[in-house]
Design a protein around this ligand. Structure first.
Ligand SMILES: NC(=O)c1ccc[n+]([C@@H]2O[C@H](COP(=O)([O-])OP(=O)(O)OC[C@H]3O[C@@H](n4cnc5c(N)ncnc54)[C@H](O)[C@@H]3O)[C@@H](O)[C@H]2O)c1
Length: 350
C-alpha cells in the first residue's frame, strides 16, 4: 500500500477517448474527493471533446502527467496495448493508479506489471467496474445467502454490436490488443471469479473472426471446486450483458440491461419453477427509477472510481486489484491458446 493521501486527490487522466468521455469525465464531475487536474491525449479532437466536460489542463503528452509532482494519482484509459507500459511508468514515478481493463495484452507484460506493482506496493485498481453495479451487488448477496442453493453451472453472454466503423481501429486487431476476449471477456472472467469466489482452473474456447479479428468467442470455463460456465462474447450482436446461475434450488439471472436480478425457485410440492421476488435494497430501487428514465444508466463506472478514492484513503473497498487483473488476463490468454490448439488449457496463476 502507498501512504494514504489527502483530499481532494489531484488526478491525472491519461487517454481522453470513448470511455473517458462517456463515463470517467462525467463521473469525475460528481466525485468531490477527486480534482481532475491534468488530462493527456495525443489526439487534438479527443482533447477538444474532453474540454467540454472538464476545466483540467489538457496536454498531448502523458509524460507531463507522469513527471508532475503535483499529481497524486492516475486514471489510465488509453488503448489496451499501452496499459502495461503506462502502468510500469506509473510504478516508476510512484503514482497510484486506476487502470482500465485489461491489465496487459500478453503474459510477459502482465506478469512483469503484476510483479512490479507488488514489489513497489503501489495502490492499483483495475477497471472491472461491473463489480460495483447495484444489480451485480444484489445478485452476489443472494448467491452468498444460498438463495438458489449451491451453484452448479453458469451461462453468460456479453455482446456489443460494434462491427465496422463503430469499433476503434485498435480494437479490430489482436496485435493492437483488440478482440472480444480482452475487451468483453475480461469483464466476465473477473465477474465470474468474484461471484463464485473461486479461481478459473481451465478453459476450452473457440474464436471466430467475421468482420474483424476475434469478433466472437465461445468459452467453456471450469472453476476450482467443479462449477462450470459457458460464455459467449461478440461484437456482432447485442447489446447483451447477462449471467444466469443454475443452482440446486433454482436459477438467478442478472442482466445489466434489466433493473433487478430475476430469481426462479423449484416448486416445493409440484413440478416446475416459480418466481421469487428478492428484497430490493435502496440502491437497487434508486437504480430501477433511474433505469426507467435513462435505460442506459450505468452507475458502476462512477462507483468504481469512488472505490478507488476509498482505496487511496485506506478505506476498505471491493475493487479489483492487479492480482485480479492478472487472473482475468490469464483466462483470456488460456482461451486464445485453447482456440489455437483445440485443447482445454489450464489457467496458471502466479
Ligand atoms: N470498463 C469498461 O467497461 C470499458 C469500456 C470501454 C473501454 N474500456 C477500456 O478503456 C480503454 C480505452 O478504450 P476506449 O474505448 O476509450 O478507446 P478509444 O480508442 O476510444 O480511446 C483511447 C484514447 O487514448 C488516446 N491515446 C492513444 N495513445 C495515448 C497515449 N500514449 N497517452 C494518452 N492517450 C493516448 C487515443 O488518442 C484515444 O483518444 C481500453 O483499455 C478499453 O479496454 C473499458
Amino acid at each position: 500500500m502507498t501512504q494514504p493521501i489527502r483530499t481532494p486527490i489531484r488526478l491525472g487522466l491519461i487517454g481522453c477517448g470513448g470511455i473517458a468521455f462517456w463515463a470517467h469525465l462525467r463521473s469525475l464531475r460528481t466525485l468531490p474527493r477527486f480534482q481532475l487536474t491534468l488530462a493527456a491525449d495525443p489526439d487534438p479532437a479527443a482533447r477538444q471533446r474532453a474540454a467540454t466536460l472538464t476545466r483540467a489542463r489538457l496536454v498531448s503528452n502523458p509524460d507531463e502527467i507522469l513527471h508532475n509532482p503535483d499529481i497524486d494519482a492516475l486514471l489510465i484509459a488509453a488503448p489496451s496495448q499501452l496499459h502495461a507500459s503506462l502502468a510500469l511508468q506509473a510504478v516508476h514515478h510512484r503514482k497510484p493508479f486506476f487502470l482500465e481493463k485489461p491489465l496487459a495484452a500478453s503474459a510477459e507484460e502482465g506478469l512483469h506489471t503484476l510483479q512490479s506493482i507488488r514489489t513497489a506496493g503501489i495502490t492499483t485498481r483495475l477497471g472491472f467496474n461491473r463489480r460495483y453495479h447495484p444489480v451485480h451487488r444484489l445478485a452476489r448477496q443472494l448467491l452468498r445467502a444460498g438463495t438458489i442453493g449451491p451453484v452448479r453451472s453458469v451461462q453468460t453472454a456479453f455482446c456489443e454490436a460494434a462491427a465496422g466503423e463503430a469499433l476503434p481501429t485498435w480494437k479490430r486487431k489482436r496485435s493492437t490488443a483488440g478482440g472480444v476476449l480482452l475487451d468483453l471477456g475480461s469483464h466476465h472472467f473477473d465477474l465470474l471469479c468474484w461471484f463464485l469466489d473461486a479461481p478459473i482452473e481451465s478453459v476450452h474456447a473457440c474464436i471466430t473472426s467475421t468482420h474483424s479479428e476475434q469478433d466472437s468467442a465461445d468459452v467453456h470455463v471450469t472453476f476450482a471446486g467443479g462449477i462450470t460456465a459457458q460464455s459467449h462474447f461478440s461484437f456482432l450482436s447485442g447489446p447483451f450483458d447477462h449471467l444466469e446461475f443454475h443452482g440446486e434450488l433454482g436459477s438467478l439471472r442478472v442482466d445489466r440491461h434489466h433493473p433487478h436480478p430475476i430469481v426462479r425457485l423449484r416448486r416445493r410440492t409440484r413440478y416446475g419453477l416459480s418466481d421469487a421476488s428478492p428484497t430490493l435494497s435502496p440502491s437497487i430501487l434508486q437504480h430501477r427509477l433511474l433505469h426507467l428514465i435513462r435505460p442506459g444508466h450505468d452507475p458502476s463506472y462512477r462507483r468504481a472510481l469512488d472505490g478507488f478514492a476509498d482505496a487511496l484513503l485506506g478505506v476498505p473497498d471491493e475493487g479489483a486489484d492487479a492480482t485480479d487483473g492478472w487472473a482475468s488476463l490469464a483466462a483470456v490468454l488460456a482461451a486464445e491458446r485453447s482456440a489455437e490448439s483445440g485443447q482445454r488449457i489450464p489457467v496458471l496463476l502466479s
